[in-house]
Ligand binder design. Structure first.
Ligand SMILES: Cc1cc2nc3c(=O)[nH]c(=O)nc-3n(C[C@H](O)[C@H](O)[C@H](O)COP(=O)(O)O)c2cc1C
Length: 177
């Protein structure tokens, strides 16, 4: 079965990024995939150290990504880029994890601009040989766009996020052929 893993790059308890990723994962599951969420706010992952082979949960987390056929990566916009939490996770994973992996991108912003975050994610995923799909989701005013129960207030944004989940499954299946 096609395995899709979502990675949430926020450490906030009420993270809108994580809520949006759950919507994308549900759509991926409905498209027939086996799914899992890595919540980087809930794992033990110290700051990457190049002299250490294994740190905290790194072995299990990198294995989870290596075994995935598709990844949905989500980050809050931090200073016009993606979060340090996501970058730290990125430093643990290379082309061994992402080769022939379809990747979909999602960014949540407090304001209106998420373009830089999606571009920086796209170029750094390309660096590790991931197959980043063209469809992407940017959510501006995220605290207003997603309610306290983690539901989208806007149908178009929800549809776009569900589509991201389905497209990652579709491309992950193609890459396995
Ligand atoms: C350190 C920090 C930097 C931020 N920088 C930006 C920014 O440059 N642009 C913006 O629109 N929002 C910025 N925000 C707001 C977050 O992008 C926004 O609150 C996002 O929805 C948080 O995602 P989360 O709910 O998953 O934690 C920043 C927030 C923090 C904590």
């Amino acid at each position: 079965m096609t395995r899709i893993v979502a990675i949430s790059g926020s450490r906030r308890a009420g993270s809108t990024t994580r809520s949006a990723l759950r919507v994308a994962l549900t759509a991926a599951e409905e498209a027939g995939a086996d799914t899992e969420l890595i919540d980087l706010g809930a794992v033990d992952l110290p700051l990457y150290h190049p002299d250490e082979d294994v740190q905290g949960d790194s072995e299990e987390l990198t294995r989870t990504v290596r075994e995935a056929d598709g990844v949905i990566a989500g980050s809050p916009v931090y200073r016009g880029s993606y979060s340090s939490t996501f970058k730290n996770f990125h430093d643990f994973c290379g082309s061994e994890e992402y080769d022939y992996t379809a990747v979909g991108l999602l960014a949540t912003a407090g304001g209106g601009s998420y373009g830089g975050t999606l571009e920086h994610l796209r170029s750094t995923f390309r660096n590790v040989h991931a197959w980043v799909v063209p469809h992407e989701v940017g959510i501006s005013g995220a605290s207003r766009a997603i309610d306290e129960d983690g539901r989208f207030r806007d149908d178009d944004l929800r549809d776009r996020t569900e589509k991201l989940g389905r497209i990652v499954v579709e491309h992950a299946e193609r890459l396995q052929e």
